[in-house]
Design a protein around this ligand. Sequence first.
Ligand code: IMP
Length: 198
Amino acid sequence: MRLIIATKNEGKLREIKKILKKLDVPVISLNQLSRKFRIREDGKTFLENALKKAMPVSKVYRSDYVVAEDSGLEIKYLGAEPGVYSKRYSGRGATDKKNNLKVLKELKGAKKRDRGACFHCCLVLFKDAKLVKSFDGKLRGLINEEMRGSSGFGYDPIFYLSKYRKTVAQLPLEEKNKISHRAKAFKKLRKYLINKSI
Ligand code: IMP
């Protein structure tokens, strides 16, 4: 029995493996499987996308546990956008920089009370093509008035954490990986797996 993380991103796998350390099961990614899967992310919610990623893998590898996650940025002032569109918020040819600049433009002139934002990760655990449990992780912050810092990816340069007086992109990666939405969701998964003696 293995824990298959439904991702092709080895960087993400490394980050996840660190959080899941001391579990007694091998943790692998889609890259280590003989069957190839196409990941489609066209759901309307993070949960829907995570389910779409996990189900096809779990249908083939029924005796393994399969974990899939989807995440993004939610801004209340923008009706929870960019949400599931986080990766392609600025349209065709979207890049992290263009996405950040679009958010800054949408929030131009907005007061501090309207700049609240949340990184949200939804994670699902599957076995035998069935959902076993889902977990959520959130990191709350404010949208800064400009981009700052160069570490991390995505919206990290505009996501400001008052506690650190820094954007996420100004934090060392090890620090971000302790407090991130993904870390929170995966820590909940870890606790669940340990309690179930998996
Ligand atoms: P994914 O679910 O990891 O593929 O993330 C989808 C998109 O959400 C990314 O392309 C980013 O734009 C945004 N996002 C998710 N997690 C983070 C994060 O930790 N920092 C910054 N942006 C993120």
